[in-house]
Design a protein around this ligand. Structure first.
Ligand code: NAP
Length: 280
């Protein structure tokens, strides 16, 4: 009998996770099956209990359950404690252990395209929501000490900076201040949903003041090339889209469940195929 895995979220029907995980089970000759479960927020507790009782071996957690699931789990590992959120659960002999592979997945994907170690880069994070928190804390935990945050609501960026448990010298900026000071940064990371389908014309700020050698990274992957990345590319800057984060967080989850590393290339190809684009 095979092992069952899955993802819980609401909405969930457009999730690409079943495509990449089921292909990875096939590629690695593992007897596993991954299913997308639609879970309404008010049914979260009983859904998690059901997954546990039915012996589901592991599952991903996506919007809107990444924080609200925490009380229903038996334990959190360090990554979930750092992020204050869970995106991956492992069922270890009936105990549900929460992990978070988003931050490490993002950093793995980003560092592949950087010319210098991430710890030597001056970084600007745009946004102060859940994704920003995971990325910011992971970067700070990995020894990046020069990270500033800008956000529409500056007080939320200040709050995040105050909550970061790792050494840093971060400043909180408004979007307007950051836009004027972009020449200070080597890496600019956009973490809000601005520019996501269907609002594809929107961008959080203009990168016209960025330095020529800057890398502009957007964690949005639908569209693959957001308005922000289009402007950065037109300026001759290096761009990095959200597909890498999506694929790497999934690959890390797959390895946690099975002990086996899936093919990043195959996962990436499936995602580009589904999104109908080419890599950038
Ligand atoms: P979230 O917690 O809701 O993020 C809220 C952030 O977005 C806040 O900083 C908020 O600013 C800002 N924001 C919202 N609307 C804005 C607007 N109109 N103008 C300026 N700022 C605005 O969401 P999240 O969970 O962090 O996710 C953010 C994005 O990351 C989503 O698009 C999600 O799909 C993407 N994501 C991608 C991956 C991946 O694998 N590539 C993984 C996770 C998430 P205020 O504080 O001022 O409200």
């Amino acid at each position: 009998m095979g092992n069952l895995y899955g993802v819980i979220g609401c909405p969930i029907k457009h999730s690409m996770s079943p495509d990449i995980h089921n292909d990875a089970f096939k590629e690695k000759h593992l007897n596993g099956y991954y299913h997308a479960f639609h879970v309404e927020p008010e049914r979260l507790k009983e859904s998690v209990q059901a997954l546990k009782i039915l012996g589901v071996k592991g599952f991903n957690v996506t919007i809107p359950h990444k924080i609200s699931i925490i009380p229903y789990l038996d334990e959190l590992d360090e990554t979930a404690k750092i992020a204050g959120a869970v995106n991956t659960v492992i069922n270890v002999e009936g105990r549900l252990i929460g992990h978070n592979t988003d931050g490490n997945g993002y950093v793995r994907s980003l560092t592949k395209i950087l010319q210098k170690p991430i710890q030597e880069q001056k970084i600007l994070i745009i946004g102060a929501g859940g994704a920003a928190r995971g990325i910011y804390f992971t970067l700070a935990h990995q020894g990046c000490s020069e990270i500033d945050l800008c956000n529409r609501t500056v007080s939320k960026a200040e709050k995040l900076i105050n909550e970061c448990p790792f050494g840093h010298t971060s400043k909180a900026l408004s979007l307007e201040q950051a836009e004027q000071q972009l020449e200070n940064y080597d890496v600019i990371i956009h973490t809000t949903a601005v520019g996501m389908h269907p609002n594809v014309e929107q961008k959080p700020l203009s990168v016209k003041h960025a330095k020529r050698t800057a890398v502009v990274s957007d964690i949005v992957y639908n569209p693959i090339k957001t308005s922000l990345l289009q402007e950065a590319e037109e300026q001759g800057l290096t761009i990095h889209n959200g597909v890498g984060m999506f694929v790497h967080q999934a690959a890390l989850a797959f390895t946690l469940w099975t002990g086996i590393e899936p093919s990043i290339e195959r996962m990436t190809a499936i995602v580009y195929d589904k999104l109908g684009g080419t890599s950038c």
